[in-house]
Design a protein around this ligand. Structure first.
Ligand code: ARG
Length: 458
């Protein structure tokens, strides 16, 4: 295929260099955005008297035909084309002749690609927000089911204080809601039109940038044409939001891996989200959770790749910027796949209330509450803390727990201990007395669920 820019050259591009230079194998996914941008541009050119209405009508008809044919499969991308912009441009001229050659008036591929990525990411970001919402809903449904399921809460992965399993799950809902917020925020800054920046310096034609911006659903135009074609901040912002989202998915996945182990047995994953082993017949492996944890590394890599690509670039456009797309596309595909598998995996996960309860019974998880018991009877907390520490040590020595340590023994440590201590340190009491805002009590967890549900409606 003859290059559009062939006029200036005596020789053709070396085959390997041509393949190296070409981006159509990955930027072809922006065909719809490219066509949409071209339609808005052509409409503007006619309105401004730069093209005739007849020419613009032909262009728009031609572009609509190309779009339809790509979508119904009759037009396939020519991998010899340099990129999606050149492919559509050439195809248009093939179909409508001379008028097609006029579309690129007052425009450059530099502003074209900048428009296409913004439009593409705007839609993808919306889709990802919806997928995160589905995951939050799955988490919230499990939290609702387990609002009173007593479980150990951990610090340092050591049993710390009793909570409910629902309380624990809801922490992830909060993280994901912040992720939605971050993506929404990045979208706001992304939604400005670079179209009309042209190669870098603007144009001598009387274009109307505000018109094309409005046609394409942008909130306004980028105010500096050099920035218009060289800015990829929005890609970095989105990738950062995705990287942090993946951190959250990875932490949750890690917990699912732990919880589904024989050591914990807090949850059982549905057969449809687990795999077996080729050699060990007993195995039921949480591969999906492991893969989500594993794929987090890719998305971090995508972010680092783009930041590194951009860091030394002089203004304005440089071919290095073609590298933005593979990183951002890979991150989008990865994030979407992870969310699509995580939400139903969570929804179908069985929680063993007996096992989480049993785990909470061990490990002196109610020791803080016993110290609080003494404190409420007047002992300073530090003294109460010390006394309970000594009792725990004696219990460990004697193979007892706080719940069956006899009252006479307790009273040797402090006269403040009375029979009512046992009710005070029952797991149910420990959890339900933590009725502070955001705390572990069933009432508080239910309030958190309502809060999440309201946020989802925003
Ligand atoms: N394929 C190019 C990219 O993705 C499009 C812009 C090319 N512009 C240029 N001046 N060569 O960045």
């Amino acid at each position: 295929m003859e290059k559009m820019w062939a006029g200036r050259f005596q020789k053709t591009l070396d085959k390997t260099a041509d393949d190296f230079n070409s981006s159509i194998r990955f930027d072809c996914r922006m065909y719809a955005q490219d066509i949409k941008g071209s339609m808005a541009h052509a409409t503007m050119l006619a309105r401004q008297g730069i093209l005739s209405q007849t020419e613009t009508d032909k262009i728009i008809d031609g572009l609509a035909g190309i779009l339809a044919d790509i979508e119904n499969g009759t037009l396939t991308f020519d991998m010899q084309a340099e990129d999606i912009h050149m492919f559509i441009d050439a195809e248009l001229t093939k179909r409508i002749g001379e008028a097609g050659k006029r579309l690129h008036t007052a425009r450059s591929r530099n502003d074209q690609v900048a428009v296409d990525i913004r439009l593409y990411l705007r839609d993808e970001a919306e889709e990802i927000i919806e997928l995160i919402k589905e995951t939050v809903k799955a988490i919230t449904a499990q939290a609702e089911e387990n609002a009173a399921t007593i479980a150990p809460g951990y610090t340092h992965l050591q049993r710390a204080q009793p909570i409910s399993f629902g309380h624990h799950l809801l922490a992830y809902a909060m993280m994901l809601l912040r992720d939605i917020d971050r993506i929404t925020d990045a979208k706001k800054r992304m939604n400005f039109s670079p179209l009309g920046s042209c190669a870098l310096a603007g144009t001598t034609y009387p274009t109307d940038r505000a018109f094309t911006a409005e046609q394409l659903g942008f909130d306004g135009v980028m105010q500096n044409s050099i920035d218009g074609v060289s800015d990829r901040d929005f890609c970095v912002e989105l990738l950062s939001a995705f990287a942090l989202l993946m951190t959250h998915l990875s932490r949750l996945s890690e917990e699912i891996v732990l919880w589904s182990s024989w050591e914990f047995k807090f949850v059982e994953l549905d057969d449809s989200y687990t795999t077996g082993s080729s050699i060990m017949p007993q195995k039921k492996n949480p591969d999906m959770a492991e893969l989500i944890r594993g794929k987090t590394g890719r998305v971090y890599g995508d972010l680092m790749a783009l930041l590194t690509t951009l860091k030394g670039l002089p203004l304005a456009y440089n071919k290095d910027m073609q590298e933005d797309k593979e990183s951002i596309f890979d991150a989008i595909d990865t994030v979407k796949m992870c969310l699509k598998v995580l939400a139903p995996m969570l929804a179908t996960m069985q929680v063993s209330k007996e096992n989480t309860y049993r785990a909470a019974q061990k490990g002196f998880i109610n020791a803080t509450d016993l110290a609080d018991y003494l404190t409420k009877k007047g002992l300073p907390f530090r003294s109460a803390y010390k006394t309970v520490g000594q009792i725990v040590a004696e219990c460990i020595e004697k193979g007892l727990v706080l719940d069956n340590f006899p009252i006479e023994q307790y009273r040797k440590y402090s006269e403040l201990f009375e029979e009512d201590l046992y009710a005070e340190i029952s797991l149910e009491t420990c959890v339900n007395k933590r009725n502070s805002l955001g705390g572990a009590s069933e009432q508080s967890v239910r309030a958190q669920i309502e809060w999440v549900k309201k946020e989802l409606q925003k």
